[in-house]
Ligand binder design. Structure first.
Ligand SMILES: Cc1ncc(COP(=O)(O)O)c(C=O)c1O
Length: 372
C-alpha cells in the first residue's frame, strides 16, 4: 500500500503548463502574471490585495504597515505555526502568548484580556485549521481596547464566516499559498484590506520600500531613479508563483469541496467516539487546511503515531506551543497550562484533495482500531 501523506501539493498539467509558459517568456520576476493573480484575488475577496513571497512576509508587512514596532505588544495564541510569532518579532514587537478555546483552538479572548496593558497594539487571531472561532467577538474586543486585528488566515483561504469570505471584511487578513495550503502558488501569500493607505505602503514595502515600483514592474519596467522613505523588504511574488496561483484559483471550487468532503468523512467516522474530540467541524463554511483531533489524555500519542506509520499513514502535530520555545521564553513568560495539555493530545490526520474517501476511511478505521 502506498504511503498516505499528511499533506501534499495537488497539481494538474494546467499548473505545469502555466509555469512552462513563464519559463519560456524568460521573465521570471514580478510582472504581468503577478498583476493578473492579484486582480483575480481582488475579485475573489472584493477587496484590494497585495501578493507577497509567503504568508510569513504577509504577516510581517501587515504588522509593520499597521504602524506596530518596538515596544509594542501583539496578542497571539501560543498554539500556532511558528511563523505567526516570528512575524511579530521580525517587526520589533513582542508576541504575548494566549490560551486557546478548546473547541476551535482559536484564541481565548478572556485569557487575552488578562494580558492587555498600555503597550498592547494588536491582536492576531489565527484561523486554526481554517475555522475562525468567534470572530465577531474578537472584533468587538479589539474595538473596546483600541487594537488592530491582523488575521492570520494562512489556513483559511475560502472559509466563510456569517456568509462572508474571510478576508472580505475586517481590518487586515494574511493568507499563505505555500505548497500544501487550500490553494498554492508554490510558495507565496497575500494581504487583504480595504485600507487604501495601507495597500500603497504594502506595495512599496514588498519591493524594498521603492515608491511606485509595483506599477513599473507590472509594465515590465524597473525603477532606476528611486525614492525610498521607509524600511522595505524583498518580499514580492514572482511570475512563476503567480502562474501556479492563477491555475489553482480556477480550481478553488474543486479543491475546497474535496477538502470539505474528506473532513466530513472523518467527522462521520468519529461521531460518537468518546476517546477523541473533533475540532471545528462546521465544514459547510470552513475549508479545512488540516484535520486535527484531540485524543484523550490516557492514550499514548507516540505509540498511536508509530502504529499508524506502520500502516503507511503519516500524521502530524499542529503545533508545538510557541511560549515554550527558547527564543520567546523570556523570564517573565509564564506557563499556559491548557495549551501545554492540549499540545500533548493533538494529532493531525492526512488531509489533501488527492486523497480518496476510501483512503480517509482506512485512516479513520486504523485510528479507531488502535483507540479500541
Ligand atoms: C498559521 C500559519 N501562519 C502563517 C504561516 C506562514 O505562511 P508561509 O509558510 O507561507 O510563510 C503558516 C504556514 O504554514 C501558518 O500555518
Amino acid at each position: 500500500m502506498k504511503e498516505i501523506r499528511l499533506s501534499k501539493s495537488c497539481l494538474t498539467n494546467k499548473e505545469k503548463e502555466a509555469v512552462a509558459s513563464v519559463l519560456n517568456k524568460e521573465f521570471l520576476g514580478m510582472g504581468k502574471e503577478v498583476e493578473v493573480f492579484e486582480n483575480l484575488l481582488e475579485n475573489f475577496f472584493n477587496r484590494p490585495v497585495v501578493c507577497v513571497a509567503n504568508g510569513t512576509a504577509a504577516l510581517h508587512l501587515a504588522i509593520q504597515c499597521s504602524g506596530i514596532g518596538s515596544n509594542d505588544e501583539v496578542l497571539v495564541q501560543s498554539i500556532t505555526y511558528l511563523a505567526s510569532a516570528q512575524a511579530i518579532t521580525a517587526s520589533g514587537a513582542k508576541p504575548i502568548f494566549c490560551e486557546v478555546d478548546q473547541k476551535t483552538l482559536t484564541i481565548d479572548i478572556d485569557d487575552a484580556e488578562k494580558r492587555i496593558n498600555k503597550n498592547t497594539k494588536a491582536i492576531m487571531p489565527v484561523h486554526y485549521g481554517g475555522g475562525v472561532g468567534e470572530l465577531n467577538s474578537i472584533y468587538e474586543f479589539a474595538k473596546k481596547h483600541n487594537l488592530v486585528v491582523i488575521e492570520d488566515a494562512a489556513h483559511a483561504f475560502g472559509t466563510n464566516y456569517e456568509d462572508n469570505k474571510v478576508g472580505s471584511f475586517g481590518d487586515v487578513a494574511c493568507f499563505s499559498f505555500d505548497g500544501i495550503k487550500n490553494i498554492t502558488s508554490g510558495e507565496g501569500g497575500c494581504i487583504v484590506t480595504d485600507n487604501e493607505e495601507m495597500i500603497n505602503n504594502l506595495k512599496d514595502a514588498r519591493l524594498l520600500g521603492v515608491h511606485g515600483d509595483t506599477k513599473k514592474r507590472y509594465s515590465n519596467q524597473r525603477s532606476w531613479n528611486i525614492k525610498v522613505t521607509s524600511q522595505g523588504w524583498r518580499y514580492h511574488m514572482s511570475n512563476i508563483m503567480a502562474a501556479i496561483g492563477i491555475e489553482q484559483l480556477k480550481r478553488f471550487e474543486e479543491l475546497s469541496s474535496k477538502r470539505k468532503n474528506l473532513a466530513k468523512t472523518y467527522d462521520q467516522k468519529f461521531l460518537n467516539v468518546e476517546s477523541l474530540n473533533r475540532i471545528g467541524s462546521d465544514f459547510k463554511n470552513i475549508v479545512p487546511h488540516i484535520y486535527p483531533i484531540m485524543i484523550n489524555k490516557e492514550i499514548d500519542r507516540d505509540k498511536l503515531r508509530a502504529n499508524l506509520a506502520e500502516k503507511n499513514i503519516q500524521t502530524g502535530i499542529h503545533y508545538f506551543p510557541n511560549h515554550l520555545l527558547e527564543f520567546f521564553n523570556t523570564s517573565e513568560s509564564e506557563s499556559l497550562q491548557l495549551s501545554e495539555e492540549i499540545y500533548t493530545r493533538l494529532i493531525s490526520l492526512p488531509l489533501h484533495p488527492d486523497l480518496s474517501s476510501s483512503e480517509v476511511e482506512y485512516v479513520a478505521e486504523n485510528l479507531l482500531e488502535h483507540l479500541n
